[in-house]
Design a protein around this ligand. Sequence first.
Ligand code: NCD
Ligand code: ZN
Length: 345
Amino acid sequence: MKNINLTIYRPDDWHVHLREGELLNAVINSTARFNGRCIAMPNLENPITTTKNCLDYKNNILKKVKVSYFEPLIPCYLTDNIDINDFKNGIKNNIFFGAKLYPVNATTNSKKGVTAIDKIFPSLEVLSTYNKPLLIHGEKIGKNINIFDREKYFIDDELKKIISFFPNLKIVLEHVSTKYGADFVNQTKNLAATITPHHMILTKKDVFNDEINCHNYCMPVVKEQKDLRSLREYACSGNESFFIGTDSAPHQIIYKQNDGNLKPGIFSAPCSLELYAQIFDEENSLQNLERFSSLNGPKFYGMTHNKDKITLIKKEWKLEEFTTYKDIKIKNFYSDKYLKWQILN
Ligand code: NCD
Ligand code: ZN
């Protein structure tokens, strides 16, 4: 049988966690192996809240990268009491790639996140003035809010408020996880969303069963079949408001146990583009993969797409179970199944 090939402009990853220290060493190549640019999320243990932190982090990343085409972009982690002059300087001079809003305690390393939306209005004003994007972890946390409803509550109570105060602000609802959220993005001007591979593969049954499956536990948690279907339909349609963002979020296996310290996050970087290709293939939409992976993101962000190309080939393979480096061990997503696509080197 003849092999099926697909050549596309080099993709970017508009949402990924590269971590720091030895963990950065362990994972960087999985993202840099084919992506042109990435948005490296700023939720480090000591979050990136200043231009100095940002420049240091960028240098640390670049020191580990072996390829010349790769560029990490880093948003500022917004807090209730950011130094607004330093923030403005970072935005004006393109040190920060926009800013990221983590509601307090919503996910990994969000203790310093935002406690109330109006606390960041001065920062949002700066973003809006300089036409720089606000990236959002769109979940509202509350005693009476079920974990599956957090995205809807965030949209209704917080996002609509932000949009009404800052109608020209460019916003990305990161890792959109529900039909409700995706429909809202589709209908709203200046609003786009990233979609992860795992939200188009898993549903809540894959996480919450007799026992919790810690390796499939992430934020936002994966939802129902109808949500998965909706995300697949928007991604695979080529709709310009949706683009790649793996949310690849590595944690060492010691933190992926249900012992009270379970950290949310799925490490998909070693097979992320391969999984997206598989999903688009299953949906008979391979012709739209390039829009989703390589064109829609730069267009929304007002950037040009990468000029070189990569080729994928339809051929089964299996990933090792773990990514290891020195004494670090991270579980690779989808390593228990056959992958259907490969990147040709
Ligand atoms: C991310 C992490 O571990 O940094 N975890 C996750 O489950 N996605 C944070 C995030 O993006 O929510
Ligand atoms: Zn993330």
